[in-house]
Design a protein around this ligand. Structure first.
Ligand code: GAR
Length: 192
């Protein structure tokens, strides 16, 4: 695929809390001409998030935010988003809940990737719950973020078969591969 050279790209921010494999993957896709976005900001809810290393590697501004101070937090983030002219926020393994006020201020411009076939298994431990319920399929969903947890309009979804041997760990690994396919595709879909 061709690397991007000139055309204007939409500036996005990626919010993380952990490993950041989705972040890394989005950075990779953002370099391709066909994908109309560029990652200009990484926000992390933790100082220890492994994914923060991609800030240094790819020279992307990072900001670590203490989410326990809600009201102040919103103000700080909104300011940075403004400064950086961010038009879309992508939550990628972001394990904090955004305030209603923040979601309102950025209405329709926040998306999330969730490791289940929503509306099934909102919240945590999705893989273990799917296995425990003997589901045949699991998967991942990219959706808009609203004030109701994991409930906004679905943009893209991909499924994987659950085998008898699957553990939450092996299933998470299988699903993550699909996440890396649908997240860039979903962003492209909404921006085009
Ligand atoms: C991903 O599986 C993502 O779907 C999930 O966390 C993982 C982060 O991986 N997100 C949630 O559970 C949000 N509720 P990554 O840090 O390697 O991108």
């Amino acid at each position: 695929m061709k690397k991007s050279i000139g055309p204007k790209k939409i500036k996005i921010a990626v919010f993380i809390s952990g490993k950041g494999s989705n972040l890394k993957n989005l950075i990779k896709f953002s370099k391709f001409k066909k994908y109309p976005f560029s990652i200009k900001l990484i926000i992390s809810s933790s100082n220890n998030a492994i994914g923060l290393k991609y800030s240094k590697k790819y020279k992307i501004t990072k900001k670590i935010i203490n989410y326990d101070k809600k009201i102040k937090t919103d103000k700080i983030i909104l300011q940075i988003l403004n400064q950086k002219k961010i038009k879309l926020i992508c939550l990628a393994g972001f394990m904090k809940i955004l305030s209603n006020n923040f979601i309102k201020r950025f209405k329709g411009k926040i998306v999330n990737i969730h490791p289940s076939l929503l509306p099934k298994y909102k919240g945590l431990n999705t893989h273990a719950r799917a296995i425990k319920n003997k589901d045949k399929f699991a998967g991942c969903t990219v959706h808009y973020v609203t004030s109701k947890l994991d409930s906004g309009k679905i943009i893209l979804q991909e499924r994987v078969k659950i085998s008898k041997k699957d553990t939450p760990f092996s299933l998470a690994k299988k699903i993550l591969k699909k996440e890396h396919l649908i997240y860039p595709a979903a962003i492209k879909k909404i921006l085009n």
